[in-house]
Write a protein that binds this ligand. Structure first.
Ligand code: BG6
Length: 488
């Protein structure tokens, strides 16, 4: 028997891409893993005039293409699909919501389940406001059980628009009812950071400025703008990756031991990191942030167009497809330790990784021996491989007893690791918000990013070109050289 409350899952944007690729497969996998409630119904909403039959067929196709567990033809799959219903909805039409309420109440009665409603908004950001106010006005949100709201990024376009959006949301939902998805927080190795830092006293003891020289967070991608020119050319890497995913990884890496491993205490520690992040003045952005855009090049043997030549991008675009930055956390634990982040499209490889470089105060002991001592390095690979490795120095008896770096490593069994969306949905169904972005975090992230947006807008930061297939512009290497470091 599942410990998750019986509920109704109301999905706005049910005919869209995210639903097909991520949401349906995640729900199905949770169902097969017995992590769905005893009784539930899933109401798909969209503009298209689909019937229940068409919808179920669409869901089935999504499962056969994208599900982690293979789809089976047995009664389990039928049982799962039987809980799906579709209703066309024009999200601006008030009466549509009244019909929706009738429909939901009917299903609640049929299944004899409480009024627990989870609203998932997988829609364009411009529709969020109208949908949430209609949820309130129609009475859909007045429940005897619980209600929750899941929303996808982007959460605003800058500080002001994020604040406006949040104000509107807060008229319909309490903060504790809002689950803002940052899918990086659903990645198993990001979720693992907390255990790595706090379940291992040996790391916990070292997790500070006394032992750590610098921290490097890289999320590189090989894909380019794909077919999202409209969105991406307005967003750039700074909004698309830095404001959310990169800063979330930074918070998860830098946070200090919480009082308890609870959502409240972890979020409190994360917020403290954001509050200690040294703000950038617009005029200093150019000294701490590297902005890049890919030119033509070659990735894994294939020619790749430059950004400006991509479909839908104009020849004069100054949009950033690459960002590297140096950040300082001015608290007792981290002051003086640079945190470097970098992310970009059309880079050499797809890889998300955190590298922690340790200090070595004893290095000089070996100078007389003329031996190069490498730093201890802890590498946390988030994707595509999930692994943790630690580089140590050991004398090699087969090489004149010279000291050499060796690596001890743990690698997750790659096969069938649940997807980020499975973890996130499962948490939302259980009402655990730990791995969702709290408004405090989102707002503080925008606050940090805002001067960068303005400096880009005013064009007071150079835009470096980098060849597709590289690790970004040289300026990103120089950023670390200023402190005599290098990207690992
Ligand atoms: C999304 C961005 O949030 O994350 C995309 O909008 C990016 O541009 C994607 O490609 C990367 O996610 P992942 O899980 O593939 O690293």
């Amino acid at each position: 028997k599942s410990e998750v409350d019986s509920m109704t899952f109301v999905l706005f944007g049910a005919t869209g891409d995210l639903a097909k690729r991520k949401i349906f497969p995640a729900l199905y996998n949770l169902f097969l893993d017995n992590k769905m409630p005893q009784s539930f119904s899933i109401i798909g909403l969209g503009r298209r005039e689909w019937s229940d039959f068409t919808f179920k067929k669409h869901v089935r196709e999504s499962l056969s293409t994208f599900s982690r567990h293979e789809i089976n033809d047995g009664p389990k799959t039928d049982e799962f699909l039987n809980s799906f219903h579709y209703s066309p909805l024009d999200v601006t039409d008030d009466e549509g919501y009244e019909r929706l309420l009738d429909m939901i109440q009917r299903h609640e009665e049929e299944l004899n389940i409480p009024e627990n409603r989870l609203f998932y908004l997988s829609v364009a950001p411009s529709l969020i406001d109208v949908i949430t106010s209609n949820i309130t006005n129609s009475g859909l949100g007045s429940v005897k059980g619980w209600k929750r709201l899941i929303i996808e990024k982007p959460f605003g376009h800058d500080l002001k628009s994020a604040q406006d959006l949040n104000e509107k949301l807060s008229k319909a939902f309490e903060e504790s009812e809002i689950y803002r998805i940052d899918h990086y927080l659903g990645k198993p190795m990001v979720q693992n950071l907390e255990a790595l830092e706090f379940a291992n006293p040996i790391f916990q003891a070292l997790w500070n400025k006394q032992y750590i020289a610098n921290v490097q967070i890289t999320a590189s991608e090989t894909v380019g703008v794909e077919d999202r020119a409209n969105y991406y050319d307005q967003a750039g890497a700074i909004r698309d990756m830095v404001q959310n995913h990169m800063l979330q990884i930074l918070m998860m890496t830098a946070m200090q031991l919480p009082k308890r491993i609870s959502s409240k205490d972890i979020r409190y520690e994360k917020k403290k990191i954001m509050e200690s992040l040294r703000p950038l003045q617009k005029e200093e952005v150019a000294s701490h942030v590297v902005r890049g855009q890919y030119g033509p090049g070659e990735i894994q043997g294939e020619f790749a167009l430059g950004y400006k030549e991509e479909d839908g991008i104009n020849n004069f675009s100054k949009n950033d497809t690459f960002i590297a930055a140096r950040l300082w956390i001015d608290d007792n634990f981290w002051s003086g330790v640079p945190f470097y982040i970098r992310t970009g499209k059309r880079m050499k490889e797809k890889s998300t990784r955190i590298v922690i470089e340790f200090k070595n105060p004893l290095k000089d002991l070996y100078i007389t021996q003329n031996e190069e001592i490498s730093p201890n390095i802890l590498t946390i690979d988030i994707s595509p491989n999930e692994s943790v490795s630690l580089q140590l120095n050991i004398k090699n008896p087969l090489n004149d007893n010279k000291i050499e770096p060796v690596t001890v490593a743990y690698s997750a069994n790659q096969k069938n690791v649940p997807e980020a969306y499975e973890f996130l949905l499962s948490d939302a169904l259980r009402g655990d918000p730990t791995f969702f972005a709290h408004w405090n975090e989102v707002e503080l992230s925008w606050r940090w990013v805002q001067p960068i947006l303005e400096a880009f807008e005013e064009d007071i930061v150079p835009l470096h070109s980098y060849p597709a297939g590289s690790m970004g512009p040289e300026a990103a290497d120089q950023l670390l050289e200023e402190e005599e470091f290098q990207w690992w």
